[in-house]
Design a binder for this molecule. Structure first.
Ligand code: ISC
Length: 418
């Protein structure tokens, strides 16, 4: 993980921001240069950025509040001319936050250039200390695929099964109701990985997910922790998973069995309750559907619930993400007991995995997904750490959870292949 850059210039010189409408530039990810890439893409729409107009990093339990304050100060001082006025036009920052209060790596990055697309409208934003000319946009040099080998041996897999068995024992002993346990697998290459290659594949193969990249942390998450747009709050809650078979007919039967599985429904209910409880104080008129739908992804299917609400008072997408994190889709129930158990038995640093990742606009609107189906580029860029986790309840079977984690590793693992 690179060290956050602390740039004190933002305190004295306001940012000058200019958004212009542009012709459709084609696939957003293909515009990214070979370093400093920032991405948040969904179904071909979204934002990509590069360069650093400002950047700041935080550690500790106050990291969200401090980031929110920094952002508000920066946004209030910025001089913005925006011809588009759409979510994601004007001043934006991309961000990533660690799962744990104690880990380093939470970061907001304000790019120098942002290219966005939404519903056929495309724009280019430049951000700097002075008025800057719009750069010419062209597809950058093609992303290179490099050969990678996975470092996932049998003894590590057996250890993780034992950790899951320990969690099941602790749940059966009534210490808690649910805990989400994760594992990591390293992919090693002979040379530095060009992150644009996996990003492009992820965006193409998982268009219903949010494909992201901030500071070496990348992936394609199906789970929207919170979106705030014009006072409307949305959260897509996922928990409860079944692997796809590759056969459409059989997958329909599997979807039906997932929708009836008491183990998965229990896991899901905890996750929905944690989101609804965290949003309730900030919202009026919340809608929490009584039963989930089945979300079909190319590798797995999930139980899914879209929670919506109307914001009661002024709040930013980031402050809502702070209130929601960690939801029971990545922590557990009760939250404090689950996070303590994760720290006690999981045996790894999650880093930014399962933390909020996304973007925020000058008015506080934005989108924060949960950093799932994700990986962190490490060291010299030739090692990538992939993460996957599973919700554990009393009926969980360790071998099944290991197989489920394998299925959740598939998107990033295959995106690294040539
Ligand atoms: C923790 C992960 O997934 C969460 C989201 C959807 C379904 C989940 C599950 O069924 O266990 C997890 O709660 C992960 O992908 O690493």
């Amino acid at each position: 993980m690179s060290n956050p850059v602390t740039d004190p210039r933002w305190e004295i010189e306001p940012l000058i921001v200019r958004t212009r409408r542009i012709d459709d530039p084609g696939e957003l990810i293909s515009l990214l240069p070979d370093s400093g890439q920032l991405a948040w893409v969904h179904g071909g729409d979204g934002l990509v950025g590069w360069g650093r107009a400002a950047q700041f990093g935080w550690t500790g339990p106050e990291r969200f509040d401090e980031a929110d304050r920094w952002w508000r100060t920066l946004a209030n001082r910025a001089v913005v001319r925006d011809d588009i006025e759409a979510p994601g036009s004007g001043l934006v920052a991309f961000g990533t936050f660690t799962f744990s209060d104690h880990a380093d790596g939470s970061l907001l990055v304000v790019p120098e250039v942002v290219v966005g697309r939404r519903d056929g409208v495309c724009w280019l934003t430049t951000i700097g200390r002075a008025i800057t000319a719009a750069p010419a946009l062209e597809a950058a040099s093609p992303a290179r695929a490099v050969a990678v080998a996975l470092d996932d041996d049998d003894s590590r897999r057996a250890t993780w099964r034992d950790i899951v068995a320990t969690a099941v024992d602790r749940i059966t002993a009534d210490e808690l109701d649910k805990v989400v346990l994760a594992r990591s697998v390293d992919a090693v290459a002979d040379e530095a990985i060009d992150v644009r290659h996996p990003l492009r594949r992820l965006a193409q193969e998982y268009p219903s997910c949010w494909t992201f990249h901030v500071d070496g942390f990348f992936g394609s998450t199906p789970e929207m922790l919170v979106r705030l747009e014009g006072g409307l709050v949305t959260s897509r809650v996922l928990a409860g998973t079944i692997r796809r078979s590759g056969d459409d007919h059989r997958d329909l039967a599997l979807a039906a069995s997932l929708a009836r599985s008491s183990k998965d429904l229990e896991e899901h209910e905890y996750a929905v309750a944690s989101v609804a409880d965290a949003l309730a104080p900030a919202c009026t008129g919340m809608n929490v559907p009584e039963s989930p739908f089945v979300l079909h992804l190319p590798n797995v299917m999930h139980l899914a619930t879209d929670v919506t609400g109307v914001l009661r008072e002024e709040a930013s997408a980031l402050s809502l993400a702070a209130a929601l994190h960690p939801s029971a889709a990545v922590g557990g129930t009760p939250t404090t007991d689950a996070v303590e158990l994760i720290e006690e038995i999981e045996g790894m640093d999650r880093g930014r995995y399962a933390g909020p990742v996304g973007w925020i606009g000058a008015n506080g609107d934005g989108e924060w997904g949960i950093g799932l189906r994700s990986a962190q580029v490490l060291e010299d860029g030739s090692r990538v750490r992939l993460f996957a986790g599973c919700g554990i309840v009393a009926d969980s079977v360790p071998a099944d959870e290991l197989a489920e984690s394998d299925a959740k590793l598939v998107p990033v693992r295959t995106s690294l292949e040539s």
